[in-house]
Design a protein around this ligand. Structure first.
Ligand SMILES: *[C@@H]1O[C@H](CO)[C@@H](O)[C@H](O)[C@H]1NC(C)=O
Length: 331
């Protein structure tokens, strides 16, 4: 055979292969409804879950505050530009520099998992999926129930501090909280369930000490705070004291994932205002009621379901975005 016809044949074969690959990719997208699916990396990176899990495990063992940090990171990623790891990008005026994200922790855990994954299966696993897995692993490591995490998110190219305004805030009214969640396709039950992530972690005095002394210029505390809980909070956050001191959001259980957070809400022991209002507003109270007391296993099951729902907010799949080589920067 002449060299030129061999070349032509090779060219044709390459073209055929490229066409087949494009077709199967398109079909893959249709099959998953353009979204994410469990087992997305089963042939391309079968060890992805154990690699992320061991990175999270060693970090949480060394420092338990990493667990709530990673859980919160996933929320803050999904609410801004969808779950696309835009929260991880570094640079001037990125999401990471915005006020609500200033105290986020656990970035180094995501980076460590990514480094390991780039050795094992280079260019395959998105940073957005690492964040989703790390959030699930944090819940499991603190005693919550596991769930299967659908994967296949692509990493976003845009991160702007100004976009973080739609994150729920510590002093949002219930109406505002409901509408911020509704804007992301999440209903009132999802809201009450996902805020239950506050069963682990802490808040700085700066976020709630205004409730303790001169709430709304009444010269007294927020009436939603149980009078028997007030001295405890005042001792932790003295008037004019250290505003960076951190206080458990779920009193008595800050490192253990479970439904005691809702019992605390019912008992006037919600620490931040937006949490406490979940009990005082009848639109959300009935869902708090459904999770309190003996309903711990219901909460644990619902939490996984709500996390999967949140994890699909505005995800980028198929040819959108990219698979970053390093989570803190675009390729
Ligand atoms: C919440 O607090 C922030 C910062 O202190 C303030 O700018 C904002 O107006 C408050 N929002 C509400 C609804 O009170």
């Amino acid at each position: 055979m002449e060299l030129s016809s061999l070349n032509k044949m090779v060219a044709l074969l390459v073209l055929l292969l490229a066409t087949l690959t494009t077709l199967s990719l398109a079909q893959g997208n249709r099959g998953s409804g353009g979204g994410t699916r469990v087992g997305f990396y089963s042939s391309t990176c079968p060890r992805v879950e154990s690699i992320v899990q061991s990175a999270v495990q060693s970090a949480v063992r060394a420092n338990p505050t990493i667990a709530p940090g990673l859980l919160r990171m996933f929320f803050h990623d999904c609410f801004v530009n969808g779950c696309d790891a835009s929260i991880l990008l570094q640079g001037p005026s990125t999401e990471r520099t915005a006020g609500p994200n200033s105290l986020l922790r656990g970035f180094e855990v995501i980076d460590a998992a990514k480094t390991q994954l780039e050795t094992t299966c280079p260019g395959v696993v998105s940073c957005a999926d690492i964040v989703a897995l790390a959030a699930r692993d944090s819940v499991v490591l603190t005693g919550g129930r596991s769930w299967q995490v659908p994967l296949g998110r692509r990493d976003g190219l845009v991160s702007q501090a100004s976009d973080t305004a739609n994150l729920p805030a510590f002093n949002d009214s219930i109406t505002t909280q409901i509408s911020k969640f509704d804007n992301k396709g999440l209903n009132i039950q999802d809201l009450v369930t996902l805020v239950g992530g506050h069963t682990i972690g802490t808040a700085a005095c700066a976020l709630f000490s205004y409730r303790l002394y001169n709430f709304q210029n009444t010269n007294g505390p927020d009436p939603d705070i149980n009078p028997s809980f007030l001295p405890q909070l005042r001792a932790l956050c003295p008037n004019g004291g250290d505003r960076s001191r951190r206080v458990a959001l779920d009193t008595g259980s800050e490192n253990s994932f479970g439904n005691s957070f809702y019992d605390n809400l019912r008992n006037g022991r919600g620490v931040i205002e937006s949490d406490a209002k979940l009990w005082s507003d009848r639109r959300t109270q009935r869902f708090v009621q459904g999770f309190m007391g003996q309903s711990g296993s219901r909460f644990n099951a619902e939490f996984g379901r709500a996390m999967v729902k949140m994890g699909n907010i505005e995800v980028k799949t198929g040819g959108q975005g990219e698979i970053r080589r390093v989570c803190t920067a675009r390729n």
